[in-house]
Design a protein. Sequence first.
Length: 276
Amino acid sequence: MTFKQALEKGIVLLESENIADARIDAWLLMSFVSGLSKAQYFLKQNDEIDELTLYKYKDVLLKRAHRIPLQHITGEQDFMGLTFWVNEHVLIPRQDTETLVEEALKVIPSGSHVLDLCTGSGCVIISLAALGQGCSGIGVDISEDALAVARENGNRLVGPKVAFVQGDLWQPVSGKFNAIVSNPPYIRTEEVEKLETEVKDHEPRLALDGTEDGLFFYREITAHAREYLNEGGWLLVEIGFDQGQDVEKLFIENDFIDVEVVKDLAGNDRVVKGHI
């Protein structure tokens, strides 16, 4: 069997299981097991695929057919131009969340010290440390398993600029910050079971469930953020597409000013930001 024939069979298999982006996933899995770039594949597509690579390809295709997320199979996901390691203990970084990082980079002064609540894989705080001028920070998460992933990402991508601490929201936090960022759990409890299989069965429930109305974490964050912000400091949070008004109201009730709801590239409300 040639590389081309193997890839075509992979596409057919994933399409038969109604995998979204079956063609893209089949190629990415081929690249993952063979180490071939697109250019290398086109040169070798009619060569015989070796038995070990074919065996590995069949194995990863079956995993994807069983709805295991592509990123859990390859162990990585690109975000803000950086490659993050991921597993079943962290939420897979999504393009929507890049809006949170981009908005933070617009308002955070150079040399800022930033707090990231519900840090997960660490993708937000690490991206800020990597891309912001002299930024450093702390990432907090309740899950020690998630923090193990975040620490690996931090050590690899930014070194000692970011530290990670285990605890429940504000519980382990002390000192003041120039900005606080968070992508907290915000999906309503009753909606979690309606999510696609890849999400509800393979990503951590702890990182998804925002309690009954999806707003629990925003209440906790907006109620106490001022205590940990320097004068003029910013608070920025990612939100669900239908939560803009509710979260904006929480910001205003807690005396944040210049409060703004920002849309993502798809035109959905995605970030609320304000400062003291």
